[in-house]
Design a protein around this ligand. Structure first.
Ligand code: NTF
Length: 819
């Protein structure tokens, strides 16, 4: 590494020439006519010249070194904008800023021209992006495998308060400057057809898949640039194209299962990302995406393995495949199929390899998110895979029989096949049976995986189920998004904290230092102003940065309880108007959230918050004490403005429902105090910062389960609590929808007559009380500053570098390879 973390030789004149050359030759424009967008594109292409060279060199080194690698398989990588982040990783931010300035351009403005690649829904996809960053930063050999969706997560706008969705053409007409096409890596992927038996030249009975349709998988590589080193790993995204000429013969001869092939052109497989978070929709095209992703990725892993000179028997020694949730599970029978049918290994030899190659991360306990696929659908689309799944299950059930002889109810429970009117394949069961490690994503979650989700598997395979607590990359989520705080940290602890977040603990000694408190709070104020400016410019709402900025940003879901937050806001509104003794520090409640397009109640909650915002923000009786801002189209680039500006972080899921959360970590690192339940990683954050520096409220997991068992009655809370009653009843009036009462009633109805499945009412009183405590404590700015600083100082555990080291040491057994 050279000066300032710079990992490249940087020749400013040559770089400027490269930008100008791309402007004219790649984007066919002139210096005089170039728009800011073409400048950004040309700059991106010039920078990608560095990363592409390093990517190819890293590939070569790793093959030569015969290094063991991890292959991270995920249907989602929510990477966000790459340009600013890559500049930081390359250590070129200042150099490039200067070069662009000399050409009359402002780097910060140019960076705003980049559209977010939104190739994920929420936490799961963003985690995959942080993990790639941490793999590269620590030089653990890795390839990320995903899909090259033509359209990412839909763009959200509000029309009269209601969510509208529009397609997200993230690459723009010009293409994305950071991606490189790798035509030599193209794969063929088969679909449909049937399985036939045959006898091979040795007289052995064999089976083979005779597919009815073949499509092509084309690889696009995005560079994952190691922070402060020369390694660049590929995020390899597969795009589906129809092979030409189309296989018309088979199409027509009846072999092709037209009925199961839903209004689909072969080229449509990677058109669009499914917009569901924590919800399984079970659509045939989605299964096709999953198989397409797995077939291309497994074939590419085997290609690399052989290109490096290894034999198939050595696969598990040199490659490990991490399945990001069950979405890529079909990779398991795919590898088995290749080992059995193409390499002609016997079952035991094939199983030995496959079951020692795969590991699986579970990201949710929500039953509606646990994937199952109908046996009939798999049978039609992937007939040989269905056979292999049956064989895996058959052998597995013999193991169950040996452990619990004659116990059919356990067999029914653990079986990979769920019996019923239509038989279903349970992907999580297939994963647990076929992998060498299964992990949850926070200590509490992993305990619940063992205790509630897979207790028998835990007995059957002792030690297989483990924990790796999630983390987030401090490069994007502190250094890049919060330059003010970063400068302050560097001044106190030195400049290597982004790669060694443990260093940040040294800030603890400054928590009570009056001068440091002042400067820390001044940075917070600047960040609040940056957000306020964005809101004023984009939404026309004026905000006071002396108010408490209270933020909830995450997917809209009942279990995350945005409606609990809303009820609190309604209670404040009610009290400000009706209780002359009530006073509060001014507060702005921010929301950012997309609802799955088919999730009616989630959309109703967005509508309700927008309607309440309209009224509250313009009601002079409130004296400016209460504002509500729902930022449209919440995405990574907006998150980068929101996290640094928060005073209060809302992490208020029903205990036991949020596997981990990762936004909670980003807020705390950036000095927001958490109001949260004992759920997911909140539990471990409390352990780190201590009970005094976090606001915990609500029922515990066991209390939630007990209350449900006893028979939970939401009306009890409604009748006992007049503040709650007033808040709920406001939803049945036309207070926020003048002349149109009932427009917000669905939420109230769900909570009262719908049984309140996520116990919003049970936690309401404690939530309100805890917010009163926040209000009181915020008024003492010194105390608040101390607590905020301690949150920053005590978050080092939640660097994704630590998560990746946990995976590398405890699961993957992977060593870094330094370039
Ligand atoms: C999500 N799971 C969880 O809901 C979050 O709590 C967690 O932080 C992230 O994963 C990352 O681990 C999912 O999105 C899914 F798909 F599993 F439902």
């Amino acid at each position: 590494m050279t000066k300032n973390g710079q990992t490249q030789q940087f020749d400013k004149a040559a770089f400027k020439a490269a930008v100008e050359k791309h402007l004219t030759t790649t984007y066919a424009t002139t210096l005089a006519n170039a728009t800011p967008r073409s400048w950004y594109l040309a700059m991106g292409r010039a920078l990608a010249e560095f990363t592409t060279t390093n990517l190819l060199e890293t590939e070569k080194t790793l093959a030569e070194e015969k290094a063991r690698s991890v292959n991270y398989l995920s249907l989602e990588f929510l990477i966000g904008r790459l340009t600013g982040n890559n500049l930081i990783s390359m250590g070129l931010y200042e150099n490039v800023s200067q070069a662009m300035e000399e050409m009359g351009l402002n780097l910060t403005d140019l960076l705003e021209e980049e559209r977010d690649p939104a190739l994920g829904n929420g936490g799961l996809g963003r985690l995959a992006a942080c993990f790639m960053d941490s793999l590269a930063a620590q030089e653990y050999p890795a390839v990320g495998y995903g899909l090259h969706y033509e359209y990412g997560l839909f763009r959200q706008s509000f029309v009269d308060g209601r969510q509208e969705e529009a397609p997200d053409a993230w690459r723009g007409a010009e293409g994305y400057p950071w991606e490189v096409l790798r035509p030599e890596l193209t794969q063929q992927v088969n679909l449909y057809g049937h399985v036939e038996a045959y006898t091979d030249e040795n007289g052995t009975a064999c089976r083979r898949w005779v597919p009815a349709l073949t499509v092509e998988g084309v690889a696009w590589d995005l560079p994952i640039v190691g922070y402060g080193n020369k390694s660049v790993y590929p995020l390899r995204l597969w795009e589906c194209r129809s092979t030409a000429p189309f296989n018309l013969a088979r199409f027509n001869d009846g072999d092709y299962v037209g009925a199961q092939f839903p209004a689909l052109e072969a080229g449509n497989v990677t058109k669009v990302l499914y917009p569901n978070d924590n919800h399984d929709q079970g659509k045939a095209l989605r299964l096709m995406q999953q198989y397409f992703h797995c077939a291309c990725s497994v074939a590419d892993i085997l290609r690399r393995h052989h290109a490096a000179g290894h034999t198939i028997e050595e696969l598990a020694k040199l490659e490990t495949i991490q399945l990001n949730d069950t979405h890529p599970t079909i990779a398991i029978p795919e590898l088995m199929r290749i080992l059995l049918d193409e390499y002609k290994l016997g079952w035991d030899a094939a199983w030995e390899i496959a079951s020692n190659t795969f590991a699986y991360t579970n990201h949710t306990l929500l039953p509606e998110a646990l994937e199952t696929w109908s046996e009939a659908l798999i049978q039609a689309m992937l007939p040989r895979h269905m056979e292999i799944i049956f064989e895996i299950n058959h052998r597995f059930l013999q193991v169950v029989e040996a452990k619990w002889p004659g116990n059919n109810s356990i067999k029914r429970k653990l079986s990979i096949i769920e019996e019923g009117p239509q038989r279903m394949v349970r992907m999580a069961n297939l994963c647990v049976v076929s992998t060498y490690a299964v992990n949850g994503v926070a200590a509490l979650h992993s305990e619940l995986v063992k205790r509630d989700l897979f207790p028998e598997f835990n007995e059957l395979f002792p030690g297989r189920l483990t924990n790796v607590t999630n983390g987030v990359t401090p490069r994007r989520w502190i250094k890049y998004c919060n330059p003010g705080l970063s400068a302050l940290i560097t001044e106190k602890v030195g400049e290597d904290w982004p790669a060694h977040l443990e260093k940040i603990a040294e800030l603890e000694q400054f928590a009570t230092d009056a001068d440091f408190q002042k400067r820390y709070m001044a940075v917070k104020k600047e960040n609040k102003q940056r957000l306020a400016d964005w809101v004023e410019e984009n939404m026309g709402i004026e905000l006071d940065t002396n108010a408490i900025f209270d933020i909830q940003i995450k997917r809209l879901h009942e279990y995350k309880r945005q409606h609990l937050n809303l009820l609190h806001i309604l209670s404040l509104y009610h009290r400000l108007l009706n209780d002359p003794t009530f006073d509060m520090h001014p507060r702005v409640f921010f929301f950012g959230a997309k609802a799955a397009p088919g999730y009616a109640l989630a959309k109703d909650i967005i509508f309700a918050i927008n309607k309440v915002a309209e009224k509250v923000n313009n009601d002079p009786r409130l004296g400016g004490k209460l504002k509500v801002v729902f930022v449209p189209d919440y995405r990574v680039s907006l998150a980068e403005i929101l996290f640094p500006a928060a005073d209060v972080s809302e992490q208020i899921s029903t205990a036991g429902k949020e596997a981990s959360g990762t936004g909670n970590m980003k807020f705390a690192m950036n000095g927001a105090l958490t109001i949260g339940t004992m759920d997911g990683a909140n539990v471990e954050m409390r352990e780190e910062v201590g009970d005094d520096n976090i606001f915990i409220f609500g029922l515990l997991v066991d209390e939630v389960q007990q209350l449900k068992q006893e028979g939970y009655d939401p009306y009890r809370y409604y009748q006992a609590d007049s503040v709650l009653r007033a808040a709920l009843d406001l939803l049945d009036t036309d207070e926020f929808t003048p002349g149109q009462p009932g427009q917000l009633s669905a939420i109230r109805a769900n909570l009262l007559d719908g049984g309140d499945p996520y116990l919003v009412l049970a936690d309401f009183a404690d939530y309100v009380k805890t917010h009163e405590k926040i209000d009181a404590e915020y008024r003492d700015q010194k105390t608040w500053a101390r607590k905020a600083i301690l949150n920053t100082a005590l978050m080092s555990k939640f660097s994704s570098d630590r998560s990746i080291r946990d995976y590398a040491n405890n699961i993957w057994k992977l060593d870094p390879v330094n370039r």
